[in-house]
Write a protein that binds this ligand. Structure first.
Ligand code: TTP
Length: 210
């Protein structure tokens, strides 16, 4: 860490439209203002990419898109002291990557696949300094064991609407918590932002968390 990085961060820019990520960053109780910036980055995934490659590449694209937006658009009042945070979460089962379901029937299909099985949730996290472009890319993996889910149970859960914007079609922090038998690893990683990892990454920019 350079002295410059240590002293230069004056604002966190969270490149995310996820309300969960916003709440999780708030939970870090940072002494810096947090600005939310929704990006529209390319989410295309090459076939053959591993889950780690996928989440790290997609979160890096989100962070770079945010940097471009800050540089182009004065409305965001970008400052050289901006530190961009971006993340991407996927579910992986038997080598298949499950993103967000495109429809309720796809959500049901995903949940039928996950039923009674253990799958992996990967979240990629990127920190990118607008000034130095110092970039840290990391990920965490959490194993999640799902209970056996009957078709009726799946239909009831999908009817809540909760699966629609969630990778793997469930939210462990919501009604979906009752579908989960247990986890191994970071809970917040499943919700979309591994807090212990992010706290360590921020420390590398001289930012302390409570
Ligand atoms: C498995 C799981 C995923 N999720 C969410 C986390 C992510 O928000 C979402 C995966 O989609 P992402 O593409 O990672 O994120 P996003 O589109 O919601 O937000 P943005 O790209 O703007 O930051 O799934 C949960 O909230 N709970 C869960 O248990």
């Amino acid at each position: 860490m350079t002295k410059e990085d240590n002293e230069s961060i004056s604002r966190i820019v969270l490149a995310s439209s996820s309300p969960r990520r916003k709440e999780l960053v708030a939970a870090l109780d940072l002494s810096l203002p947090v600005y939310i910036l929704s990006t529209d980055s390319d989410e295309t995934v090459e076939s053959g990419w591993t889950p780690v490659q996928t989440v790290e590449t997609l979160s890096l694209r989100k962070a770079r898109a945010a940097l471009d937006m800050l540089r182009q658009n004065k409305a965001h009042e970008s400052t050289p002291g901006d530190l961009i945070i971006a993340a991407d979460t996927i579910v992986a089962l038997d080598g298949e990557i499950l993103g967000k379901p495109a429809s309720d029937s796809e959500a049901e299909e995903m949940l039928r696949k996950l039923s009674g099985r253990t799958h992996e949730v990967y979240t990629g996290v990127v920190c990118l300094s607008a000034r130095s472009e110092k970039t840290i890319v990391q990920h965490r993996r959490t194993s999640v064991q799902m209970r056996e889910l009957s078709d009726k149970r799946i239909a009831r859960y999908v009817a809540t609407g909760e699966p629609r914007d969630k990778a793997g079609a469930y939210g462990i922090q919501g009604f979906g918590g009752a579908l989960v038998e247990g986890i191994e690893g970071c809970f917040f990683n499943v919700v979309g932002l591994p807090l212990a990892l992010l706290s360590d990454m921020l420390a590398q920019y001289g930012i302390e968390t409570s």
